[in-house]
Design a protein. Structure first.
Length: 144
């Protein structure tokens, strides 16, 4: 598998790569997934989603991708009635944001290692913890 294009996370004035794909959890819970065109081997999921953290909540702001019928995909096409953004109430998990330079490149998924990480724990769309840690701390942490 090729290294993957990351989703985007916006928090305040910061625009960051997001090495977690919260929209996939929505598709799993719904039991269906749109038939996206795969633009390249660097984007196996077929889209790039932009998320924002506002007032301690995770929102899906936009989706960039095309469906196999050549229709452009958007937040409104996946979530009718929500043209601008949608609260990610379906997502519980950890958002992983790489910080700094690449220490070790891996040509697979989000496997490259970075100087540091920001980890944001989310429960049903609400932030429950937010911490930054060095690569060493990240590699040696206890995963629950």
């Amino acid at each position: 598998m090729t290294a993957q294009i990351a989703d985007v996370l916006i928090a305040g004035n910061d625009r960051m790569q997001l090495f977690t794909n919260p929209l996939e959890m929505f598709f799993e819970k719904m039991g269906t997934r749109p038939d996206f065109t795969l633009p390249s081997t660097a984007n196996w999921r077929g889209y790039v989603a932009t998320w924002d953290l506002t007032d301690g909540r995770l929102y899906l702001r936009s989706i960039s991708g095309r469906l196999k019928d050549t229709t452009a995909c958007s937040v409104a096409s996946i979530f009718p009635g929500f043209p601008d953004r949608v609260f990610a109430h379906w997502f519980s998990g950890e958002l992983r944001v790489p910080i700094g330079r690449v220490l070790s490149y891996m040509h697979m998924g989000y496997g490259s290692q970075y100087e540091a990480y920001r980890l944001v724990k989310i429960h049903l769309g609400v932030v429950t913890a937010d911490q930054a840690m060095s690569n060493d701390e990240y590699q040696n942490r206890d995963v629950v």
